[in-house]
Design a protein around this ligand. Sequence first.
Ligand code: ASP
Length: 310
Amino acid sequence: MNKYSIVIHGGAGTLVKGLMTPEKEEEYKTALSAALEKGYAILENNGSAMEAIESAVNYLEDSPLFNAGKGSVFTNDGTHEMDAAIMDGKTLDAGAVSLITGIKNPISLARDIMEKTDHVFLAGEGAMRFANSLGYNIETPDYFYDEHRYQQWQNIKDSDKFQLDHSMKKEGKFGTVGAVACDKNGNIAAATSTGGMTNKRWGRVGDSPMIGSGTYANNKTCAVSCTGSGEYFIRGVVAYDVSCLMEYKGMSLQEAASEVINKRVLEIGGDGGLIAVDADGNIAMPFNTEGMYRGCKNSNGLNKVLIYRN
Ligand code: ASP
């Protein structure tokens, strides 16, 4: 049997020890652990990597602590526009959605796009019509409301600035969520879900829903979910770059993931991190920021939830 594993993230950024209260830190760790356990239990019970990552991401989307689903950041118009993508490494099937509002679990809509349409990517009004046709509940804006994120938006809403989610010492922390997993059959999958960036305008879409940039999976190489300054992750085609370094240069998962985050992304001015697995169940979680909410668990007994660098 293959070693099986799951890795999750809840965003990267200026997470410095001492700037967060112990209570807040505990809240984040508890939520990350619970999401990790949900996904891992599915793998343990012979479920697929796809099922495991959807379940873990659903949990994080339902938590107001993270910038995805409930707790998504505010756009310049004072609304919530969410993006998500999911990819199956065995079949290379993928589903992505952007600019949606009122959907409690955008990752599930992305999966429905993958499984129930001939398309990969639906956006805005059309994506909402598709959701309606499947009978999705449309939540009212107060479901997504979070006081902290409202204040973040109030601070910059009259400026041209758009910013990454909540920060401790300066503005620059990303709250996007993601999961990658490798199941008992050696199949891998990746999922990413986000509210994007505070005060974003004009239908701005980040890297998260873009296959190859924020999300990618291929059994031959790796499954990757990113978090960070989306505009740079799009230009760096970051998730696919990790896969390419493995496929064309023969790098290990660790080497490729680290090369991309600690070198290539930095060189073009981007900051953030990623989580990744390969079909042998190996794990990588590099980031070039002070911290990244992250957790990993595998069938060899590894079980960790971390926030800071050390
Ligand atoms: N990458 C996301 C975006 O640019 C933000 C994040 O990771 O929090 O939309």
